[in-house]
Write a protein that binds this ligand. Structure first.
Ligand code: PAF
Length: 280
C-alpha cells in the first residue's frame, strides 16, 4: 500500500495508475476509521480496480463552535486498517497543502443544502462539496463511494456531479449499524456509557415513522409527532430535526407516499450530535 502525504506525491501516484489504465475508485474519509468506512472500501473494490482512500479532517466543513479540534484522529491505526482491507493508496495531506493561505474558492449548492443539517450547520455543505470536488480532481477517480448515513451529503454530491458535469460516478454504500441499531459513526466515541445506551432511539423513531407510512399513514405532522414522542421519552436528548422530505430535492413533504420519502433525523445527546435516516 502506498501513502501520499502531499498533493505532489498523490499526483505522481495517480499519474502512474492512470498510465497503467486502471479504473480508479475513491473513498473520501476524515479518518478514525470504523467498519462503516471499511465496508465503503469493500464496495469501492467491487466497482473499481484501484482504491484510493483519503484521510483529511476538512476544516472548512466545521462551524466555529463545532468539534474540529476534538475530532478523533489516529493515523497509524487508520493506515493499518487500510492495508489490511486492501486499499491501494492512502492520501493524507495537511491543511496547508489542501488550502493555501489565500484560498477563497468554494462550491455552494443553493437549495437542497439549506434544510435538514444545513439549518444548524450553515457552512457545512459548502466545505463538503468543495473538498470533494478537490479530491475528485486530484485523484482523477472514475468512481467515488459515499455512505448513505450522511444522506443529505451524498444527495448533494450527486447533484454537484450532475450539475457541474464532473466526470465521476457516485456510488452509495449502505448504512452499517451496531448490533442495537445505532448507525456507525466516528462521533459515537464521544458518547458516555449512559448516552450510548439511549443513542439507538433515533433509529427506533425512524423505524416508527417508516412503519406508519407503510401502514397507510400519509400525514407528515402525525408521523413526526409519533417519532418525536419516542425520542422525548429521554429528557437528556434534544431533537435537532426530524423531517420527511423528497428523496431527490430534499423538499419537505406534508403528505407522503411510500417510495418517495426520506425520513431524516438529527439529535443531540449531551454535546454529541448524531444523524440517521431511512428511505421509505
Ligand atoms: O463524510 C465525511 O467523512 C466527510 O464529510 C467527507 C465526505 C470525507 C468530506 O470531508
Amino acid at each position: 500500500m502506498e501513502v501520499a502525504k502531499t498533493i505532489e506525491e498523490l499526483k505522481q501516484a495517480v499519474q502512474k495508475l492512470r498510465s497503467e489504465g486502471h479504473r480508479i475508485g475513491l473513498v473520501p474519509t476524515m479518518g478514525f476509521l470504523h467498519e462503516g468506512h471499511l465496508r465503503l472500501v469493500d464496495r469501492c473494490k467491487e466497482v473499481s480496480d484501484k482504491t484510493i482512500l483519503t484521510i483529511f479532517v476538512n476544516p472548512t466543513q466545521f462551524g466555529p463552535n463545532e468539534d474540529l479540534d476534538a475530532y478523533p484522529r489516529d493515523e497509524e491505526r487508520d493506515l493499518k486498517l487500510c492495508e489490511e482491507r486492501g486499499v491501494d493508496l492512502v492520501f493524507c495531506p495537511n491543511v496547508e497543502d489542501m488550502y493555501g493561505a489565500s484560498h477563497s474558492t468554494f462550491v455552494i449548492e443553493e437549495r437542497a443544502s439549506k434544510g435538514l443539517c444545513g439549518i444548524s450547520r450553515p457552512i457545512h455543505f459548502r466545505g463538503v462539496l468543495t473538498i470533494c470536488c478537490k479530491l475528485f480532481m486530484l485523484s482523477r477517480c472514475d468512481v467515488a463511494v459515499f455512505g448513505q448515513k450522511d444522506a443529505q451529503q451524498v444527495i448533494l454530491i450527486e447533484k454537484m456531479v450532475r450539475e457541474l458535469n464532473l466526470p465521476v460516478e457516485i456510488v452509495r454504500g449502505e448504512i452499517i449499524r451496531e448490533s442495537d441499531g445505532l448507525a456507525m459513526s466516528s462521533r459515537n466515541r464521544y458518547l458516555t456509557e449512559s448516552e450510548r445506551k439511549i443513542a439507538p432511539c433515533l433509529q427506533e423513531a425512524l423505524q416508527i415513522g417508516k412503519a406508519l407510512i407503510e401502514g397507510g399513514q400519509t400525514e407528515t405532522a402525525k408521523i413526526r409527532s409519533e417519532m418525536a414522542h419516542h425520542i422525548e421519552k429521554h429528557p437528556e436528548i434534544r431533537i435537532d430535526y426530524l423531517e420527511l422530505v423528497d428523496v431527490q430535492e430534499l423538499t419537505p413533504l406534508s403528505v407522503v407516499r411510500p417510495g418517495e420519502v426520506l425520513i431524516a433525523g438529527a439529535i443531540y445527546i449531551g454535546k454529541t450530535r448524531l444523524i440517521d435516516n431511512v428511505n421509505v
